[in-house]
Design a protein around this ligand. Structure first.
Ligand code: 13P
Length: 254
């Protein structure tokens, strides 16, 4: 059984005080949320403060990026060991904003994922097609090469530790969600590829959907066979909204 994983990606938002206030308001809302993994990825500057506020809870701390090097002359970068030091259990790598705005490549993402695993941090590896790629019917080809190349350095016996996030670029921050069926179609394709690459263990890898996930649509997305979680941007910035997403299972009726 794949345990659902709901993750908040705050991107470049929230100063330390705001981040801590979120956690203080969020924790009491979660009382009955069990059976799911909850992850919060604040900006680097708020990792320590959020980590401290989360202490004693089961919520995991995540970084939004990492450098694959161990350390050295890399001005402005953050090494995996620094994330370990702050208690990060996960790190997002290869988010489409990093791929498109900062030129990250599949090879670079693969190196980051490997570096994270070497430090016992679980990588959340993001993939996704652009609108142009979807409209020219290249979605499967694009996602397939992103998966193959970005996971090329993940050893078979560590595959259960990774999380894949499928985030169609055209659905991010646009309010335009993929329909559950559209998302499932791509998730099923990714699942098949993970099985081919990792064997049985590929069936255990969790695949999150991301792109305008909200309290109103999370339940239908999560009902799909191969959707095991959500990576949430905008709707994770308010405690009430993210709590509703985490507690998707309790939503009765429409
Ligand atoms: P939104 O939920 O704001 O569309 O962002 C999705 C995302 O990019 C999460 O990583």
């Amino acid at each position: 059984m794949r345990r659902p994983i709901l993750a908040a990606n705050w991107k470049m938002q929230k100063v330390t005080g705001e981040a801590e206030s979120f956690v203080r308001a969020f924790l009491p809302l979660l009382k009955s949320a069990s059976g799911v993994d909850v992850v919060i990825a604040p900006p680097f500057t708020a990792l320590e403060r959020v980590g401290t506020a989360l202490r004693g809870s089961e919520i995991a701390l995540a970084a939004q990026n990492v450098n694959a090097e161990e350390g050295g002359a890399f001005t402005g970068e953050i090494a995996p060991g620094m994330l370990v030091d702050l208690g990060c259990g996960y790190a997002i790598v290869g988010h489409s904003e990093r791929r498109t705005l900062y030129g990250e490549t599949n090879q670079g993402v693969a190196a980051k994922a490997a570096a994270l695993l070497a430090h016992q941090i679980r990588p959340i590896v993001c993939v996704g097609e652009s609108l142009e790629e979807r409209e020219s019917e290249r979605t499967f080809a694009v996602i397939s090469s992103q998966i193959e190349e970005s996971l090329s350095e993940v050893p078979r016996d560590r595959s259960a530790e990774i999380v894949v996030a499928y985030e169609p670029i055209w659905a991010i921050g646009t309010g335009r969600t993929a329909t559950p069926e559209m998302a499932q179609e791509v998730h099923a394709m990714i699942r098949e590829q993970l099985r081919q690459r990792f064997g049985e263990a590929g069936g255990e890898i969790r695949i999150q959907y991301g792109g305008s996930v909200k309290p109103e649509n999370v339940r239908d997305l999560m009902a799909q066979t191969d959707i095991d979680g959500a990576l949430v941007g905008g709707a994770s910035l308010e405690p009430e909204s993210f709590a509703k997403i985490v507690r998707f299972d309790e939503q009765g009726g429409p």
